[in-house]
Design a protein around this ligand. Structure first.
Ligand code: AIR
Ligand code: ASP
Length: 281
C-alpha cells in the first residue's frame, strides 16, 4: 500500500500519510519504553503482536457499537486508520489497584477497587503525563464538556466489554489506557477511540496465577515479554491466524538478537538490521 510522508513518530508507533485524504497508516515498532522513556529496549516481534492484538480488539469493539479510528490491518506491522484530531488526554480505567494507583494510595497491587475508577492524565512527555481532573480538561479546552461525557461513557463501555472478553480467555483486565480523537466528517464531528489497545496499554493478569501478561514484565524486569504477548494472542485465538512470515518475525533469529532481549539493560538491536518485509522502504 502506498505510504506517504511520515507525520508523527511516537515511542512505539509511527504515523504516515495514508493512500487517501483523511486516512493514515499506523506502523507498530518493536520499541518498548517505560517511565517516560527512561527505560528503553527493542523486543523483536512486539510490534507484530500488538498490531494483531489491537486490530482484534478494535474489531470486537466496533461490533458492539464503539466508534473507532480503525479501518483495516494492512500487513504485519501496519494498519489503515482514519485521521483524527487526538485529544491530549489519556483516559485510564482501573478495576484493581496496580501501578501508579497502588503507589499513590499505598495499596497492595491486586486490591480490588469498590467500583471501576476513571482517571485522566494530560498527554505531555515534558510534564510526565500528570494526573488531571475534568476541570483542567474543560478549562484548558482540551475537550468540551459533551466530548468529555462521551469519553467517560465510551471508556466505561470499553471496560465492561473488554473485561468480559479477557475473562473468557483466562485473563483479568486490571486497568488500561485509551486515547480518543475527533473525527471530522462532512456532517459533524464525533469522538472515536484512537491509538491502540494492546498489552502495552493494558494490565492483564492470568486468572489462575495472577502473572502479568503485559508491559509490566518490562517495567519490572520480569523478562518474557514477547512470550507473554504471544500467549495473549494465542488465548484470543489470533496466533492461530498468523502467517508463517509473522510467526518467523517473533523469533529472536528474525531480529538478530541474542538472549534476554527484554532486559532493561539489553543493547537495543539495530531495527534496520531486522529481516522484516514491512519496514519502511
Ligand atoms: N498506560 C498509561 N500510560 C501509558 C500506558 N500504557 C496504561 C498502563 C496501565 C494503565 O495505563 O499500561 O495499564 C495505568 O498505568 P499507571 O502507570 O498509571 O498505573
Ligand atoms: N509508555 C510510557 C513511557 O514510555 C509510560 C509507560 O507505559 O510506563 O514512559
Amino acid at each position: 500500500m502506498a505510504r506517504g510522508r511520515r507525520i508523527y513518530e511516537g515511542k512505539a508507533k509511527v504515523l504516515y500519510e495514508g493512500p487517501e485524504p483523511g486516512t493514515l497508516i499506523q506502523y507498530f515498532k518493536d520499541d518498548a519504553t517505560a517511565f517516560n522513556a527512561e527505560k528503553h529496549a527493542i523486543i523483536t516481534g512486539k510490534g507484530v503482536l500488538n498490531n494483531r492484538i489491537s486490530e482484534y480488539i478494535m474489531l470486537r469493539l466496533q461490533e458492539v457499537g464503539i466508534p473507532t479510528h480503525f479501518i483495516k490491518r494492512l500487513n504485519m506491522r501496519e494498519q489503515l486508520i482514519r485521521e483524527v484530531e487526538i485529544i491530549p488526554v489519556e483516559v485510564v480505567v482501573r478495576n484493581v489497584a496496580a501501578g501508579s494507583f497502588a503507589k499513590r494510595f499505598k495499596q497492595d497491587e491486586g486490591t480490588p477497587l469498590p467500583r471501576s475508577i476513571v482517571e485522566y492524565y494530560y498527554k505531555s512527555d515534558e510534564l510526565g503525563d500528570p494526573l488531571i481532573t475534568e476541570e483542567h480538561i474543560t478549562a484548558f479546552n482540551w475537550a468540551s464538556p459533551p466530548e468529555l461525557d462521551d469519553m467517560f461513557n465510551l471508556a466505561l463501555r470499553i471496560n465492561d466489554y473488554l473485561s468480559g472478553l479477557f475473562m473468557g480467555a483466562g485473563m483479568k483486565l486490571i486497568d488500561f489506557k485509551v486515547e480518543f480523537g475527533r473525527l471530522y466528517t462532512a456532517e459533524d464531528v464525533r469522538i472515536v477511540l484512537a491509538d491502540e489497545i494492546s498489552p502495552d496499554s493494558c494490565r492483564l493478569w492470568d486468572t489462575k496465577t495472577n502473572d502479568s501478561m503485559d508491559k509490566d514484565r518490562f517495567r519490572k524486569d520480569l523478562g518474557g515479554l514477547r512470550e507473554a504477548y504471544q500467549e495473549v494472542a494465542r488465548r484470543l485465538g489470533i496466533l492461530q491466524e498468523m502467517g508463517p512470515a509473522e510467526i518467523t518475525s517473533l523469533s529472536d533469529a528474525a531480529g538478530g538478537e541474542a538472549s534476554a532481549p527484554d532486559k532493561a539493560d539489553a543493547v537495543p538491536a539495530d531495527p534496520k538490521a531486522s529481516n522484516d518485509d514491512t519496514k519502511p522502504a
